[in-house]
Design a protein around this ligand. Sequence first.
Ligand SMILES: [Zn+2]
Length: 342
Amino acid sequence: MTTLLPTTTAGSLPKPVWLAEPGTLWSPWKLAGHDLDAGKRDALRLAVDDQRQAGITILGDGEQTRQHFVTTFVEHLAGVDFEQRRTVRIRDRYDASVPSVVGAVSRPAPVFVDDARYLRAQTDQPIKWTLPGPMTMIDTLYDAHYRSRERLAWEFACILNEEARELEAAGVDIIQFDEPAFNVFFDEANDWGIATLERAAKGLKAQTAVHICYGYGIKANTEWKKTLGAEWRQYEQTFPNLQRSTIDIISLECRNSRVPMDLIELVRGKTVMVGAIDVATDTVETPDEVAETLRAALRFVDADKLMPATNCGMAPLSRDVALGKLRALGAGAAIVRRELGA
Ligand SMILES: [Zn+2]
């Protein structure tokens, strides 16, 4: 990638109102059958266009073809029963009705590879594809088969690797694994979570990223954040081991977050996706505010390793707000690029 400060999003963007109910997670589709398939593709093209017009460098699909960043991937796997639902506590934070693992898990067919090929056909710019990470996957399921979080995570890591290799072959430049669970289960992350992540990324020639955040701007998350104190030092627990890992890019949130910026030092040498857009508020950042966050990050990361991004996905926001934030991200990065003489 030749552009200095290449911008990108953490992943999701709001869907058009004709495709899914706005402002909510796990939003039901408004179309069905062939219309739904066609609608998802149209939405993907709009998401690409929004990013392109905002001057975003590395484009994603805005996760327009999936209902949820974890569930949709899991739906395509064998060994998981969506009828047998159990209520579990997600990331120790909120209860959700989730499917059960009832047998050996496997991936009978590619999940997102056709969508990725479609995204590839829309643009010559670099593209990034997001997948859930192994630990976040097991945290969104009830396991009635393996009865071991670690064993199930290793199984998912192998499945994710199969998918990731095919995404790479479809022309994806960066494969990102979402692991918000790393900000909650530190001991497990260090014992086997990072190892299973590396297994998921094994042998890839595409760049690999891990996105670790404090979640979407939903109530359960904002309430949880209130309990975290004046300084959020969660990243301190996993960054040293991530710095030594094979993962190329670390995505973290910075804007309006109480994360001390100097924690970025802990992943020195890695490319850092700096969250310069708060996804938990409808207030649209100004380009100057984005630039301010990026300048602050540049004290701890070399300019050629800084990738301006959003704190997390923007799925629950309105499209107007999300578009405004995308534009601010593009314009804010351009300001700092000019300052750097690029
Ligand atoms: Zn996130």
